[in-house]
Design a protein around this ligand. Sequence first.
Ligand code: FAD
Length: 379
Amino acid sequence: MNAIAGNRQKASVIIIGGGIQGCSTAYQLAKRGVDVIVLEKDRVARHASGVNAGGVRLLGRDIAEVPLSKVAMQRWQTLDDELDGDTGFRRRSLINIAADEADMQTLQKRQALMHGQGYFHETMIDQQELRERLPHVADYCVGGVVSETDGYAIPYKSVFAFRQAAARAGAEFAEGQQVQRLRRIGNNWLVETASGRYEAEYLVNCAGAWADQIAVMMGDNCPMTYSAPMLMITTRMPHFATPVVGAVSRPLSFKQFENGTVLIGGGAKGFADRARNTTRLDYAKLAVGASNAVDFFPIMRTATVNRMWAGLEAYMPDNLPVISASVNSPNAFHAFGFSAHGFQLGPVIGEVLADLVTTGRSEFDLSAFRVDRFERKVL
Ligand SMILES: Cc1cc2nc3c(=O)[nH]c(=O)nc-3n(C[C@H](O)[C@H](O)[C@H](O)COP(=O)(O)OP(=O)(O)OC[C@H]3O[C@@H](n4cnc5c(N)ncnc54)[C@H](O)[C@@H]3O)c2cc1C
């Protein structure tokens, strides 16, 4: 890679998007001595990466994501030291609860699949062990599955820990710079925003719910959509759940923080308007989420919901991200479409993209994440 000598408008690599993927990539590149600028249209951590549920989850991953997710999970255990920052990471077991025997059968099939692939980090538990780990779980729940190394982190703190570590290593962050146009000038990319022009040899597209627009500017078309997953948080409650909790077949996920508040998610979606950077809540769906929580944990009947919000997130049809070189442009890379589970992957995505940019290769098999995987042959 040629270093481009220069001022703040020129770098070897421009990253579009200051979420966790952009900041993690900036950190990994800057750590390797690569000159890098991050262009963010709003503020760093303004979107999904700063407002998500903070779930650091290896449990229940799609098989294609397990190798990446396992390495990411190792990184989270020591990330504060690595970044010399505070991500708020807490290691907690994560339990997906089985509500009935059909759920247990689903888990048995999953276990056979995982063991067949050589993965042993998901352990089934019976009703008695479920009760020991979650004494307040409803009586009808019959068991579950647990992953011991999972946990949670505080989203905006995590993104800022990456940003600050990247900046200390020399990365530049330009906020309020919406990328509007990309052009090739010789071997370089010219990147135009409303108020500036930037130039780099390499581009990395980490633009989250807007990444399909950047992909099109690079010549790559893909069927990304976007939506507005919602969350709610309660006032402080007596401590009743140490593990992070999900459910095998119902849309429930929650975690109780050290201050007693309970964050309730589960994937219910509100209304997304990405052109205006806004979301609107769907209160009927939030009510279903709250009633699921009460169903699994009757103690939640006394909970008071304090705040509700949503974030803009990119989804792919197969719920797998795009982590890929551009297929139609040189020196351009993508990492987007994380489909509501990209926060946990953040630490490893930066490593993968830094490898792709600096060596053109990754130690991971990225074939399931190619940007052109949905293109069909037309006969
Ligand atoms: C409510 C909610 C709960 C979630 N819970 C979890 C969870 O518990 N665990 C988990 O692992 N994941 C979770 N996720 C998913 C996770 O937050 C995302 O997958 C992840 O943050 C995506 O990171 P990103 O950097 O790709 O995108 P983003 O954080 O969206 O960052 C992309 C950035 O690109 C910028 N940008 C876009 N277009 C341009 C442009 N043209 N020019 C300049 N900048 C641009 C945007 O302004 C944005 O800041 C959740 C998501 C939401 C919304």
